[in-house]
Design a protein around this ligand. Structure first.
Ligand SMILES: [Fe+2]
Length: 248
């Protein structure tokens, strides 16, 4: 079965669960997972008014179908998954963002005149920096503690009380919008840098910075996959079960 046939029968969400890198392709074509996730590529493209052949051909070019996320993550308890996201992804983001910023600043001062794209990329990355800091703080102080609380309620260690934000879907919707914004900004940076291809006159710092940005974007896709496609849908179901008193 070729990739075209394989992908054309799956929904966007199913393709994402096979390969998180497809998120970048969906972003490229403005295929919004939150509204089109349940549709096949053909259906989603028809709705978005774009040619499905182009999306399928980009998907076919993904280098691997391997899921590069932790093994058996789907079986993890949600409190463990929350801790994994904080300790693995949030920590990485907090450590690497200042490093990338510093490297980008060096690249701008050395190459900015000949490569205006570096100036634009630094501007966008500083937005990513600011937004990420606030986003992770909101997750760590509001959403994630609530998910851990839900697990405690499920285990009989706490009584269920409705949160001040109403339903978990409210903060989740906001987090998903913020994920999308970061994804779009990273996609713009990738485009500015021609898929992170160093120009012929790039110095070593330039090359390293592009590798760091590429790694950062890939980590972002894994991170978002764990949240949007695993943690959030499961947390919504868990809250629903606890609210309606269904046995879990
Ligand atoms: Fe997040």
């Amino acid at each position: 079965m070729d990739n075209d046939t394989k992908f054309s029968k799956l929904t966007l969400t199913q393709i994402l669960s096979i390969n998180y890198r497809s998120a970048a392709i969906f972003e490229k074509y403005n295929l919004d997972i939150s509204s089109l996730g349940g549709k096949t590529i053909k259906e989603a493209c028809k709705e978005a008014g774009i040619q499905h052949e182009r999306v399928l051909s980009d998907l076919a070019s993904l280098d691997s179908l391997k899921i590069e996320i932790p093994v058996r993550v789907d079986e993890w308890e949600l409190d463990f998954l929350v801790d994994y996201i904080i300790n693995n992804h949030h920590r990485y983001v907090r450590n690497i963002i200042p490093v990338i910023t510093m490297h980008l600043e060096k690249v701008v001062s050395a190459h900015g005149k000949r490569h205006a794209e570096t100036i634009e990329a630094l501007k966008i990355f500083s937005v990513v920096y600011k937004e990420f800091k606030q986003h992770m703080m909101k997750e760590e102080e509001i959403l994630f503690p609530y998910i851990k609380y839900l697990v405690k309620v499920k285990n009989g260690e706490n009584k269920f009380e409705k949160p001040y934000f109403g339903r978990i879907a409210n903060p989740i919707n906001m987090m998903e919008l913020e994920h999308q914004s970061a994804g779009e900004n990273m996609y713009t940076i990738r485009r500015l840098f021609n898929n992170y291809t160093p120009p012929a006159d790039a110095c070593e710092t330039y090359r390293v910075t592009l590798r760091e940005l590429k790694e950062f974007e890939e980590d972002h896709h894994k991170h978002i996959h764990l949240e949007n496609n695993i943690l959030f849908p499961k947390a919504i179901i868990l809250e629903e079960q606890l609210m309606t008193g269904q046995a879990v």
